[in-house]
Design a protein around this ligand. Structure first.
Ligand code: FES
Length: 144
């Protein structure tokens, strides 16, 4: 069996939503200290709907494929739906990632959450802080 699914290869070779949004409503940047990869997600939000999303990922092929898939999964969706996009959901949508590459999809989940948190903060909106665990309490990246 091939190491990477066709979907992973497709999103790696033809990533969707690559780029930058000028004047974004929220930006989330996360990095994995172990592999050194960095992912940045830009959001445009109108009336609780993610009307546009772009990403820049300086990282491995799985991280690029995860960002591409994750942005497709949240585009046009309400914030509440975007908050449900877990790394597991991204991995499943990609028809799987090799076990040692699962952490790459974690970056996508974290970058989306960080961008949404940034949106809340910028607009002085109330939000449920428990939905956005800080780095110390997470530990995701340490398993890379
Ligand atoms: Fe670091 Fe993929 S190897 S995100």
């Amino acid at each position: 069996m091939a190491l990477y699914s066709e979907k992973v290869m497709d999103h790696f070779r033809n990533p969707r939503n690559v780029g930058v949004i000028e004047n974004p409503d929220g930006v989330g940047e996360v990095g994995n200290p172990v592999c050194g990869d960095i992912m940045k997600i830009y959001l445009k939000i109108d009336n609780d709907i993610i009307t546009d999303v772009k990403f820049e990922t300086f990282g491995c092929g799985s991280a690029i494929a995860s960002s591409s898939m994750a942005t497709e999964m949240i585009k046009g969706k309400p914030i509440s739906e975007a908050l449900k996009v877990t790394n597991k959901a991204v991995t499943e949508a990609l028809d799987g990632l090799p076990p040692h590459k699962l952490h790459c999809s974690v970056l996508a989940e974290e970058a989306i959450r960080k961008a949404l948190q940034d949106y809340y903060e910028r607009n002085g909106l109330d939000y449920d802080h428990s939905q956005f665990p800080d780095c110390e309490s997470c530990g995701h990246c340490h398993g890379a």
